[in-house]
Design a protein around this ligand. Structure first.
Ligand code: SF4
Ligand code: MG
Length: 322
């Protein structure tokens, strides 16, 4: 779908209008209450699109998103707006997602006003001050503007804005990728403790395996708009079964056995999502590809314990890792 206009939440947040490409295909999964589902893959694989589609910030052309038993893809604007109280997003670039001409009180308090959750401005400001305190910002900085804060503080503003309506589910879309490494750990700790305190559920989108490994209960691996492997974090990251996941893991240094892990370099470029290859979409770069892979998309196999893998060779126990 094409979104025009500055007021649109997506173009406003990313600085560019969304274009209509087939970014996701046959993606089917669930996020369980109270868990962190990590979503990992290269940039451009459709991770952010998936996160935004769950909140209907992108309109899917087909398919359903069911939240607490309600199909949100069928909701009328008013009902969708009410649902948004419970589903929020934290963006990658805290600066681009904060309106530079508004004070933090107005930015963080906006969801309260939109949803009629504050009785008046005084009430709104009190609650903004309380949530600022909770995310580690000075409550007396209420009337400052985004540019008066550091990158890490701006992300805390983004987190406060997402949390002020007391939501249940948060899409964290690469929330630490734009930050200095020294700040990343602080924000990750903050998100972890807020989750515990507020009983939140996260979909945590990242291209950083160490971040995903640290935070997630379960992991989904995405390649060209499809989930190719999914399961409990230990199973997927210590025993990756899909050749793509294996190649991702081979790039991570093995601290227990330094120098032992073979680095698998994928050949070829990431194909264009507008024109994905037929059959298994990974076949143009997969070291194990056979003829069948070029013709037929692999089914999703159960590898035990809720670990699923979409590869024709799953039962052959083949690996590109040595
Ligand atoms: Fe590689 Fe074939 Fe498996 Fe795809 S289905 S990951 S091309 S072996
Ligand atoms: Mg992204």
């Amino acid at each position: 779908k094409h979104y025009g206009g500055r007021r649109d939440p997506i173009s406003w947040a990313t600085g560019k209008p969304a274009i209509n490409i087939r970014a996701l295909n046959g993606v089917s999964f669930e996020v369980r209450r109270g868990e962190t589902l990590g979503l990992i893959g290269e940039s451009g694989c459709g991770k952010s699109t998936l996160g935004r589609t769950l909140l209907r910030l992108h309109e899917p052309t087909s398919g359903r998103v069911v939240f607490n038993g309600t199909d949100i893809t069928a909701l009328k604007p008013d009902a969708l707006k009410a649902m948004r109280r419970d589903m929020q997003i934290i963006f990658q670039d805290p600066y681009a997602s904060l309106n530079p001409r508004r004070t933090v009180a107005d930015i963080i308090g906006l969801p309260l006003m939109l949803h009629g959750l504050a009785s008046n401005r005084r009430d709104m400001r009190d609650r903004v001050a309380a949530i600022m305190d909770k995310v580690g910002l000075k409550a007396n900085h209420l009337d400052r503007y985004p540019h008066q804060f550091s990158g890490g503080q701006r992300q805390r503003i983004g987190i406060a804005r997402a949390l002020i309506s007391n939501p249940q589910f948060i899409v964290c879309d690469e929330p630490v990728s734009a930050l200095d490494v020294s700040i990343q750990a602080q924000i990750i700790e903050l998100l972890t403790s807020l989750k515990r305190e507020m009983g939140l559920t996260y979909l945590f989108v990242s291209h950083d395996i160490s971040v995903i490994g640290y935070l997630s209960d379960r992991v989904a691996v995405m390649y060209l708009g499809e989930i190719v492997e999914m399961g409990p974090v230990e199973a997927v990251l210590s025993n990756p079964r899909h050749p793509y996941t294996q190649s991702l893991m081979s790039a991570v240094p093995d601290v227990d056995h330094p120098g032992k892990r073979q680095r698998v370099r994928l050949t070829g470029d990431l194909p264009s999502p507008q024109n994905p290859p037929p059959g298994c979409k990974f076949h143009t770069r997969c070291p194990l590809a056979i003829d069948l892979c070029r013709k037929e998309a692999p089914p999703r196999h159960e590898a035990g314990n809720g670990h699923t893998v979409s590869c024709h060779l799953i039962n052959d126990e083949l690996s590109i890792l040595r």
